[in-house]
Design a binder for this molecule. Structure first.
Ligand code: AN7
Length: 374
């Protein structure tokens, strides 16, 4: 067994559906930093400990790598020679990379013109077959399920249960970092696989049977291992133009600047509802403006560059703190699902344009004089 970190399957082998001799397809995903926000709580005048689980630091720049290492490992184990997914971008990037690593073919269905440039470049660069459809993610998801009935392709969207198994490890890591589960865990919701996976991970980390545990006097497996004493309240945020769970009906033409979560009919809808209900949590919505403001705030005051969809988690938390819906004094974790570099167009559009000057000392001095803090 190598000493250096070799990915989440090796790390959590006993808690994942792999055999001792399963050949693992990994890019050393997981083990992402949990970064405490130093400035946002102060600026928002809120007495909370706020953490960002920065999933943008996974190998392909999003949390999807956690699920994809499991899905591709199991696909290869089962003898698959091709995988397929529908995607708003990040799933396709991860699928393409892990398929490349495994030496199998990868087909990705993406909505034409509606995925961020970085994600498209990844799917193309890793050599997957990129199929742009004149439709949205939900159309792609339906087509993938239909085509998998007739063609020898293994679906690696989150309807593949191994995806959620890989993604549940995020909860394990948060618990390890904090010593217990936080009071609240907030994340963006699109196809609703990730909130489902978070809840699986947290649920597997606590004693499920309090009555038996009263009898076991703290001697059951969960208590002996002291993994966690509680589960968090789960809070899922959707973009206002793509909020089917909140509105309790599918959204036919979802629209949002956060293209990653531009999804109108989530596959894991029921599981997400169960996570919300079992955790006494809730779903909220954020406008595009709120999302972009939170993304900019994180970038400018904390040095953390996440993509728009990820910022929905922080935007929602700030709103719900203001509304008194989240308790002061509590510990809150936001999953920042993807890296800001995924979507350079959005970043450039909402930032101050670069200055252009002559290559002369005086010109540079002039700029510095104008912009130095007073
Ligand atoms: C950055 O890539 O659905 O609720 O096809 O890329 O588990 O769907 C991406 C989803 C949040 C929502 N943040 O997670 C895809 C795709 C980012 C994302 C979500 C996605 P789910």
């Amino acid at each position: 067994m190598p000493k250096h970190y070799t990915g989440l399957i090796e790390k959590y082998r006993e808690r994942l559906p792999v055999a001792a001799d399963t050949a693992v397809i990994s890019l050393s995903e997981g083990a992402t930093p949990l970064i405490e926000l130093m400035n946002v709580p102060r600026l928002a005048r809120r007495d909370v400990r706020l953490f960002a689980k920065f999933e943008g630091l996974n190998p392909t720049g999003s949390f999807k790598d956690r699920g994809m290492t499991m899905a591709v490992t199991k696909a290869v184990e089962a003898g698959a020679r091709a995988i397929i997914c529908a995607s708003t971008g990040n799933t396709s990037a991860a699928a393409a990379a892990y398929a490349a690593r495994a030496g199998i073919a990868c087909f990705v269905l993406i909505p034409e013109g509606k995925i961020a440039l970085g994600k498209l470049s990844q799917a193309m660069m890793h050599g997957s077959v990129v199929i742009q459809i004149r439709g949205n993610f939900d159309d792609g998801m339906r087509l993938v399920q239909e085509v998998a009935k007739t063609m020898p392709v293994n679906i690696v969207n989150s309807i593949n249960p191994y995806r959620l198994q890989g993604q549940k490890t995020i909860a394990f890591e948060v618990i390890e970092a904090l010593g217990d589960a936080p009071e609240y865990h907030a994340l963006p919701v699109g196809n609703a696989g990730n909130i489902t996976a978070h809840w699986i991970g947290y649920s597997e980390s606590v004693c499920q049977n309090t009555r038996a545990c009263a009898l076991c006097a703290g001697n059951c497996g969960y208590h002996r291992k002291k993994i966690a004493t509680r589960r968090p309240i789960m809070v899922g945020y959707q973009a206002a133009g793509a909020a089917p769970i909140l509105r309790q009906r599918p959204v036919e033409n979802p629209e949002t600047v956060a293209t990653a979560i531009r999804i109108g009919n989530p596959v894991s809808w029921q599981q997400a509802l169960a996570a919300q209900q079992e955790s006494d949590g809730w779903f909220g919505e954020c406008t595009d403006e709120e999302i972009l403001r939170a993304q900019k705030l994180l970038a400018e005051t904390e040095g953390i560059f996440c993509e728009p969809a990820s910022a929905a988690a922080l935007a929602g938390v700030l709103k719900d703190l203001d509304a008194g819906r989240m308790r002061e004094g509590s510990t809150i974790v936001c999953t920042l699902t993807g890296h800001g570099l995924k979507d350079p167009d959005i970043a450039i559009a909402q930032s101050v344009k670069p200055l252009t000057v002559e290559a002369e000392l005086r010109a540079i001095e002039h700029v510095i004089r104008s912009y130095l803090p007073k």
